[in-house]
Ligand binder design. Structure first.
Ligand SMILES: Nc1ncnc2c1ncn2[C@@H]1O[C@H](COP(=O)(O)OP(=O)(O)O)[C@@H](O)[C@H]1O
Ligand SMILES: [Mg+2]
Length: 204
């Protein structure tokens, strides 16, 4: 995004979390703020350099939506789209029975763990995570319990308008692993823009 302005403290904070994850420590950061405050843009911006680096570091990205909450594994399948086909082949395919969160979670742990063993960072982004389908939340919670000493950064955005989004984090919710929270205030890029147009009152 070329017209991205401000958010220097938040970008510095996320860069620090990225470094901690790189050093081999699971970090789970939730970015909280009202709708339209710039959560999605901030997360994308903070990862731009990473994608350009071509270092084998990988961003797996999913965006949750209220209308897709009933789609089992919807969010996890979006995350897996960021892996090469052979890395996730069959992870969600189950010929006879429906896929189970524990089995899919185990498979996700082994895929991410394999990358970690090669010293490669994996970033898992779930935008608007409170809307993630239940089975995906269970998969993520299962995986995070087992990736505590791995180079993994989770960035979850949480609209603060979703009542009890964080306080309601259950045992099945990946939000319970939040190690850091970035709270976004009202969008200061608008304030900055309006300030530049503010003229002083003329002196009489
Ligand atoms: N730092 C920023 N500089 C300029 N525009 C921004 C910035 N952050 C967000 N925006 C713009 O504000 C709008 C809402 O941002 P978005 O990231 O979608 O908010 P949220 O995810 O919190 O709902 C978008 O049009 C986006 O381009
Ligand atoms: Mg958003």
């Amino acid at each position: 995004m070329d017209d991205f302005v401000g958010r220097q403290p938040e970008l510095a904070f996320l860069a620090g979390e990225l470094e901690r994850a790189r050093a081999g420590q699971l970090r789970v950061v939730t970015v909280e703020g009202e709708q339209g405050t710039g959560k999605t843009s901030l997360v994308r911006r903070s990862l731009e350099g990473l994608r350009a680096a071509g270092s084998g570091e990988r961003v797996l990205y999913a965006s949750a939506d209220e209308v897709e909450q009933a789609v089992p594994f919807g969010v996890v399948s979006q995350l897996l789209d960021g892996l090469s086909a052979d890395a996730h082949d069959g992870l969600l395919a189950q010929p006879a029975a429906p896929a189970e969160p524990i089995r899919v979670g185990g498979a996700l742990v082994s895929v991410v763990g394999r990358r970690a063993a090669g010293g490669r960072l994996t970033v898992l982004v779930v935008d608007d995570i409170p809307w993630a389908d239940l089975s995906s939340q269970q998969v993520l919670a299962f995986a995070l319990r087992r990736l505590r000493a791995d180079p993994v950064l989770c960035l979850f955005t949480v609209p603060s308008t979703v009542a009890g989004a964080r306080s309601g984090a259950t045992n099945a919710s990946p939000l319970q692993y939040a190690s850091a929270v970035a709270k976004l205030m009202p969008p200061h890029y608008t304030r900055a823009a309006s300030q530049s147009h503010r003229m002083p009152w003329p002196r009489i």
